[in-house]
Design a protein. Sequence first.
Length: 179
Amino acid sequence: MIDQKILPASSNMREFERFLESPYEIGVFLDLHIAQLKNVNRMAKAAGKKMIYHVDLIQGIKSDEYATEYICQEFKPFGLISTKTGVIQKAKQKGVVAVQRVFLLDSHALEKSLKLVEKTRPDYIEVLPGAMPWMITEVKERVGVPIFAGGLIRTKEEVENALNAGATAITTSKTDLWH
C-alpha cells in the first residue's frame, strides 16, 4: 500500500532531477523515450527512489504485453501505469504495482472504465481529471480500488479536496505542489 500523498510526476529530466532531490520515495515518469529508460532507472535506484513508469507514454516502444514484460524484466520498476488491459494484467502477473489510468470524460466513459477496472482488478486506478472530487468518491464506492487523482489539479486546495474525497494519492507534474 502506498502511503505517500503526493506522487511527483516528471515529464522531463529537469523535473526528474528535482524529484530525485525531493524527500519523496515514489515518483512517476511520464513522456519518456525508450533510450532514456536505462539511465532514468539507474539514477532512481542510486537515489533510493521507486519509479512508476507510464507505459503508454514511453516513446519508441509499443505499449503492449511484450513491452510490459521487457520493462519488468529489464528495469524492475515499482509500478506501471496504462490505459490498456493487457499491460495491467501483465504488470500484475510480474508482481509490479499496476495502475489503470481512466479518463472520466462523460457518463459513457465512466461506465466503460468501471467495467474495465472490474475486469483487470488493478492495484490502483488513476482518475483523470482528478479535480472532480465527487467523481473520485463515486468511483471509489463503486469499485473499491484505491485511487490516484491526476490531471488538472492546480492548487493545494484541489489536492486536499481530492484526498478528502477518497483519493489515496495525487499524481502531479506541478512541481510547486510537491511540497
